[in-house]
Write a new protein. Sequence first.
Length: 263
Amino acid sequence: MRASRPDLEPDPTLSRKEMETLQREIADAAVFEDRFEFDPETLSNPLEAAVSGREPPTVVGVDQSFLTNEAGEQDRALSAVVATRGGEVIERVHAVTPLESPYIPGLLSFREGRPILAALETLSVEPDLLLFDGSGRIHFRQAGIATHMGVVLDVPSVGVAKSLLCGTPRESIENLPAGACVPIEANSRVGVTDGTLLGYAVQTRQYDSPDRHINPLYVSPGHRVGPETAANAVLELASSYKLPEPVRLADAYADEAKRDLGC
DNA sequence: GCGACAG
DNA sequence: ATCTTGTCGC
């Protein structure tokens, strides 16, 4: 698949100031509400799809690993993409590209965006929904990597982060029961009116015993998906593990492909 | 000036 | 992200 807005692609050579300006453009172009054709009830349930007479949507997970050179420094990114439909893997692709930018909190898409787009260009199926490891709207300028990629490709996307970049949970997120969702609202660190709903802390799994507990995921709209749909999609797609299946599979594939290259 | 900060 | 053993719980 190709970019529908190549002018908004993350350019690693931009100055920090220019990157932030581009992110505000991305946020302006982003749609943080449902605007897609597929039936969200059929995301991972083939039976629902059969009953509704529609084929399940193609959900694609994206993750990265990094390769080291002889000197022991990270010099390349490996982007892994796993496409699923009705709970089954239908295609896997990956791409290795040179690293062009360091990791800077808030500017992740300028480090990982190009590699991701390179991998997605080799994907033959058309994604109905893209899942990224990282934030979407939960971002200083409402333009996390899921939002940036979703806007550039104009495909519905969701951000799935393991820790909270910014924003404030409306209530305690300690030891939530499986299935629970707690709103994450904008605070003074986010460039939008305080209290704006940015996403949800989503508890996909939880231990039974009260001894130790699992932390929630932080789910936010990337593009063309509202916060409720994003949270429900992640709950729907997380069958047996904390991470939604497409992301978990992409995570494993990123490591597998890395090993096959000898680290 | 100080603190905070996805992967 | 990555470097890594043991350890707790089902």
